[in-house]
Design a protein around this ligand. Sequence first.
Ligand SMILES: [Zn+2]
Ligand SMILES: [Zn+2]
Length: 138
Amino acid sequence: MTSEVSTPMLTGGCLCGAVKYAVADAFRYAMNCHCSNCRRTTGSAFKSFAGIERDRLRITEGDEAALIYGDEAAHDVHCGTCGSLLYSVVREGTYVHVAMGTLMDEPTIRPSMHIFVGSKAKWHEITDDLPQYDEFPD
Ligand SMILES: [Zn+2]
Ligand SMILES: [Zn+2]
């Protein structure tokens, strides 16, 4: 068992550098979400995200520059200057889903599945062998 203290921390941040965060390299799961919300908020074919308990992530720089979209229990945190989506607060406020593209350090975890494939962009073809689910797996 590794203690909380020795868990490596990863740094992440937005495009313009105004907002930075630190998160423990102890993600519980990671997925590629193809839903239309994830496509629109990232401008990408899908969003790779990694989930972890909310208290294991903290904003280290630019707290006042963060833009919150949503309510307390479920919201997206963007940089208010450049608009990057950094992470989302989910599951009644207990977890965060980090947008993996904003990580500057390499996490240990890898996305293990594709979700909401039923609503994926028609112009995007999934070419890996990871399991695919039409919505969220049971
Ligand atoms: Zn920014
Ligand atoms: Zn999604």
